[in-house]
Design a protein around this ligand. Structure first.
Ligand code: FAQ
Length: 317
């Protein structure tokens, strides 16, 4: 459980936020601010960890040694992101054990996007291009969020996500410029990953229960719909460059708004996945439960080693 920290006057706290002063772990903060951060950062960490699974599925089947090395490095980066984020959440008084227990018990959320299957190699390109592309758009503003450890963790994560997005786009480019069969694979991957990538940005602003308060506290700097729009505006010209068609008949440039208009998102599909009933929810959770069980001996060995070699003893040796 999160420990309640030093309490603060909400008005004074808001003044600090408005003045752009970063909140640090030992600072006074309202309990609700602490709880919101624990919720968002732990969900974010779980997403990075579960997010390794769809791509990990293709490490042994990558089409060349070079592709395999790149994919392996990318998946390892995602593991690292999960660890920085668990560490950032721990500064708020929650333990890593508690966060992982909540994930494995199905109580904690992780991003809806990772509950879809990766059916072909082109899906690895689509994930890098669209999923990491969405992640960057969401996460670059978080580098400026009000909570210091979260903002700082996000700087390195964003640098790595940029590389991930480029590698995904490059896979899509290779397939799009390849044989007719390869181009069809790229189009099929875009067809399947487009709408889930839009959903990844969360419910529409009118249904987003946390956005207003999170924006006031500068945990979120832009709303879900604003970031979704940014993603669409950025990605449509990239799809055109690839010669691929975005699967949305209503997608159209709106010169008055200066943005692309796009079709209705299937919010029933989104809710179904968030409630645990997507195509791969059970499989993803089961994979994490097995990994945790099979890794028990590593945790025990690390704890035994730490007991035998306390930090102080090592330093003075
Ligand atoms: N999936 O009121 P809001 C990545 C939940 S990292 C599942 O709008 P909020 C890297 C939400 O938790 C991807 N649940 O919530 C990578 C809340 O439920 P609660 C993850 C969702 O927090 C790439 C409820 O709906 N990124 O991709 C989703 O203000 C490739 C109401 O929603 C982050 O976590 C969803 N998509 O806004 C890794 C970024 N959306 O908690 C491997 C940081 C909403 O009340 C391979 N997070 N919900 O039970 C955020 O910016 C926010 O938390 C949002 C949601 C925007 C995700």
């Amino acid at each position: 459980m999160a420990t309640a920290g030093i309490q603060t006057n909400p008005d004074e706290f808001q003044e600090r936020i408005d003045a752009g002063i970063k909140i640090e772990p030992k600072d006074a903060m309202p309990d609700a601010y602490r709880k919101t951060l624990i919720r968002q950062i732990s969900q974010h960490a779980h997403s990075e960890i579960v997010g390794q699974l769809p791509e990990g599925n293709w490490i042994t089947r990558a089409p060349s040694l070079k592709r395999k090395a790149i994919l392996l490095a990318k998946v390892q980066d995602e593991a690292g992101h999960g660890l920085y984020l668990y560490s950032a959440a721990e500064t708020l008084g929650v333990t890593r054990e508690q966060m992982i227990e909540d994930l494995l018990a199905g109580k904690a959320k992780y991003s809806s996007i990772f509950n879809y299957p990766t059916l072909t190699w082109a899906d690895i390109g689509a994930i890098g291009w669209l999923v990491d592309g969405s992640a960057i758009i969401n996460q670059i503003p978080i580098c400026r969020c009000s909570y210091g450890p979260y903002a700082r963790a996000m700087v390195r994560i964003c640098k790595e996500e940029t590389f991930h997005q480029r590698q995904g786009f490059e896979i899509m480019l290779t397939l799009s410029r390849g044989t007719a069969e390869q181009k069809a694979m790229a189009q099929d991957a875009l067809n399947r990953w487009w709408w889930p990538s839009l959903m990844m940005h969360g419910p529409s602003d009118k249904d987003s229960k946390h956005s207003a308060q999170s924006m006031k506290w500068k945990i979120k700097l832009f709303s879900n719909d604003e970031l979704r729009q940014k993603f669409v505006d950025q990605t449509v010209p990239q799809a055109e460059f690839l010669g691929l068609t975005i699967p949305d008949k209503e997608l159209k440039w709106n010169p008055e708004r200066g943005h692309y208009d796009f079709g209705q998102i299937d919010w029933d599909e989104f809710q179904n996945i968030v409630q645990g009933n997507g195509p791969c929810n059970q499989e993803r959770l089961q994979a994490r439960i097995s990994a945790h069980r099979d890794g028990a001996w590593v945790r025990e060995a690390a704890a035994a080693y730490a007991q035998k070699h306390p930090r102080g003893a090592r330093r003075s040796a």
